[in-house]
Design a protein around this ligand. Structure first.
Ligand code: SF4
Length: 333
């Protein structure tokens, strides 16, 4: 690890001032940044410790939403009774990520910024456009079983690793950030970027902006929601495919058994947390049957660009979407 300066910020203005230093980075739980520093992937000149900032609360918003402080720990958020009742998919997504020890340290704000687990990104001997712009991509033609099939570019097709962010995408969360220029609110769908030809730029967050909170809108359909993760091991593994879904099926004579409301997002298969808008469009008003769910999955996966190593993800995604929605259909009937 390279030498760096350490600053512990007592409040938000002090944190914003300290991060204005070129090469400075915020340190929350440290569960990703410290690994990256140890491996010489990240080398901030100054680490600004923000763990003393008062951004840890989970609070009710008027109208039924929730505000999660950026420094709330993952385990604290997953156990919050209101969150578990109103947004079960989010609690399940968090509990499906990492290990209990990591969830006790990792923060919500940090989770939004965690970086890919592409093996070549961590191997400094391998070419990687994300680590070194313009260097090339060693994964192309390499081992790509865990890589993305949606949102890929010729410059990078690394999968986004977060579980939490997949649920946030399905819920239309908003990320609140602050800098010396003021407060900005970023819809979650605009927070993470597709790789395009600049895969090293992963979010729309500026270097001097601090994530202060994540807001969840009031969303009654989310009470009937689920996060389903398929992975190589039963725990402590990244998703091959994950699905965050919420569903409401109509009752009454006119539209009984039809999809009245649906939220769907995918993880493990895309370069950013992937809101499945094509599938949602296909599902609205359709009969809530396995056949419709499979048809919607096919609509979403029409643009998939798999490699021979990860082509299995297409069928696995399709089946996971169908199983998740079928389970929710039974619960909402
Ligand atoms: Fe780097 Fe992306 Fe290629 Fe992986 S897929 S080696 S992260 S450019």
């Amino acid at each position: 690890m390279r030498p760096f300066s350490y600053v512990s910020a007592p409040d938000v203005p002090a944190a914003l001032q300290a991060v204005a230093e070129p090469g400075a980075k915020f340190l929350g739980g440290g569960t990703n940044l410290v690994d990256l520093m140890r491996q010489d992937i990240e080398h901030p000149g100054t680490v600004v410790d923000i763990t003393r900032l008062p951004l840890t609360a989970v609070e009710e918003l008027p109208g039924g939403g929730l505000r999660i402080g950026a420094l709330a720990r993952n385990s604290q958020v997953a156990g919050h009774p209101l969150l578990r009742a109103r947004y079960p998919m989010l609690a399940q997504a968090i509990l499906n990520g990492a290990s209990a020890q990591l969830r006790n340290m990792a923060t919500i704000g940090g989770n939004l910024l965690q970086r890919t687990r592409c093996l070549y990104f961590y191997d400094r001997a391998a070419a990687c456009n994300k680590r070194e712009p313009g260097a090339g991509c060693a994964a192309a033609g390499g081992f790509t079983r865990n890589h993305a099939i949606l949102g890929v570019s010729e410059h990078c097709f690394a999968a986004h690793p977060s579980d939490l962010c997949v649920a946030l995408a399905a819920l239309d969360a908003t990320v609140e950030v602050e800098s010396t220029r003021g407060v900005r609110r970023i819809p979650i769908g605009e927070f993470h970027r597709l790789p395009g030809d600049t895969p090293h730029v992963e979010t729309t967050l500026e270097a001097d902006e601090l994530i202060t909170a994540v807001d969840l809108p009031p969303l009654p359909v989310a009470a009937n929601s689920r996060y389903r993760k398929v992975r190589d091991r039963a725990s402590y593994a990244f998703a091959l495919v994950s699905v965050a879904a919420a569903l409401r099926v109509s009752e009454g004579r006119v539209a009984e058994g039809r999809v009245a409301e649906v939220r769907l997002a995918l993880g493990g298969v895309a370069t950013k947390p992937w809101r499945a808008t094509e599938a949602e469009r296909a599902l609205l008003g359709a009969s809530a049957t396995a056949e419709s769910f499979a048809h919607a999955a096919d609509a979403e996966l029409a643009t998939a660009r798999p490699t021979p190593d990860n082509a299995f993800k297409i069928e696995l995604t399709r089946r996971t979407i169908v199983a998740t929605l079928a389970g929710l259909g039974k619960d909402s009937a």
